[in-house]
Ligand binder design. Structure first.
Ligand SMILES: Cc1ncc(COP(=O)(O)O)c(C=O)c1O
Length: 366
């Protein structure tokens, strides 16, 4: 492939040397579990999100599970989840014993606040909007709904570190907000990693207990829970990467702008992105003959990916969810094809890919 979808290698020797030096420091001090880098990273992450505290976790999925448990979500409860997300969002709800209620999205692929309100019942305990593709959900409206119906508001900000709306960062709205820092993310570890941010000291304490087998201290287990702590080595790399996250997000926005300018109308964007605000975790285009377009692009050396797995009502493993009518999520998932967006791409690469999309669109139409 001339234009791979992702490239997770670190090719710059100076950058790689910084990461290996950070890992080497951890090996030298030997506090491999909850070492000082975890504490430092948690402080930096909380500050970046404008929150009082952050609790590192072993993955974004673990972050979601911890946040739901800290909010007391469990059997008998319902949690409103958009029908379009990575399966982890609904899967984490099911693992707590609660029922995810899959609700439609708007044209920007994020949770539809009106559909969310219509799905609220006496069993609803929380709203779990997703900042899909690095685009913030309608958080002011959803926060108002959560307040009016006395619900927990938990952000799935896994794809959105660095996204903003009117200067307010992703992770700043919910009682709890969850991040993934897996290697595909804009702020990326070199393995699995996640975090939950909050302003509430009681929630912070609950998260810390839950992330280590429900241990309140070394003597007392107060609830059954997994071991899902953030590794010190990953925290050390994240501390090195955090200062560059804004530049990484800016590069992705520039790639998206290059695509916006050069793509043919027949490969439409789902929405007009607010370039200033989104982090462009993914750049989807919509096309009726999505699979044929993907195949034509592969012939031309462009690796593009579908989001079929993100259509949650269609996932057999999520059959325990309550499914509401979600035609937009189905239509968007059926038409979306994501183009490469990553740190190793140049703006010329994006223009070349856009030209190849133009060729592929013409071929598919012929
Ligand atoms: C929206 C969303 N939620 C949750 C997750 C889970 O994060 P992780 O892969 O770190 O477990 C992801 C992962 O990509 C995601 O995109």
């Amino acid at each position: 492939m001339r234009y791979p979808f992702q490239d997770l290698s670190v090719t710059d020797p100076a950058e790689r040397a910084r990461y290996t030096a950070a890992m080497d420091r951890v090996l030298a001090h030997g506090q491999l579990l909850l070492g000082p880098e975890v504490t430092d990273f948690e402080a930096a992450m909380a500050e970046a999100c404008g929150r009082r505290s952050a609790v590192g976790s072993g993955s974004g999925t673990a972050a979601l599970y911890l946040a739901l448990r800290a909010a007391g979500v469990g059997p008998g409860n319902e949690v409103v989840v958009p029908a379009l997300s990575w399966p982890a969002t609904a899967g984490a709800v099911l693992v707590t014993g609660a029922t995810p209620v899959l609700v439609d999205v708007t044209d920007d692929m994020t949770l539809d606040p009106a559909a969310a309100e219509a799905a609220v019942t006496s069993r609803t305990k929380a709203l779990l909007p997703v900042h899909y593709n690095g685009r913030l959900a309608a958080m002011d409206t959803l926060a108002d709904l959560a307040r009016r119906r006395a619900l927990w508001l938990i952000e799935d900000a896994a794809q959105a570190f660095g996204a903003e709306r009117d200067g307010r960062p992703a992770g700043n709205w919910g009682h709890l907000a969850c991040f993934s820092m897996n290697p595909m993310k804009v702020l990326a570890a070199v393995g699995e990693a996640g975090a939950v941010v909050t302003d509430d000291p009681a929630l912070d304490a609950a998260l810390r207990t839950l992330r280590y087998n429900g241990m309140r201290d070394r003597e007392t287990c107060v609830t059954p829970a997994f071991n899902s702590r953030l590794d010190t080595v990953q925290a050390a790399v994240l501390l090195e990467r955090l200062p560059g996250a804004a530049a990484a997000a800016a590069h992705r926005r520039a790639l998206a702008a290059a695509y916006d300018a050069a793509l043919p109308d027949a490969a439409a964007r789902p929405v007009t992105a607010r370039e200033r605000d989104d982090v462009v975790f993914m750049y989807p285009v919509l096309h009726d003959a999505r699979d044929a377009l993907q195949a034509a692009l592969a012939q031309k050396g462009v690796e593009a990916k579908t989001r079929a797995g993100d259509h949650l009502p269609a996932q057999p493993g999520l059959a325990g969810a309550r499914i509401t009518d979600a035609p937009r999520a189905a239509a968007l998932a059926g038409r979306a094809l994501c183009l490469p967006v990553h740190a190793g791409m140049t703006l010329d690469d994006a223009r070349s890919v856009a030209d190849l999309v133009g060729e592929a669109v013409r071929e598919v139409a012929a």
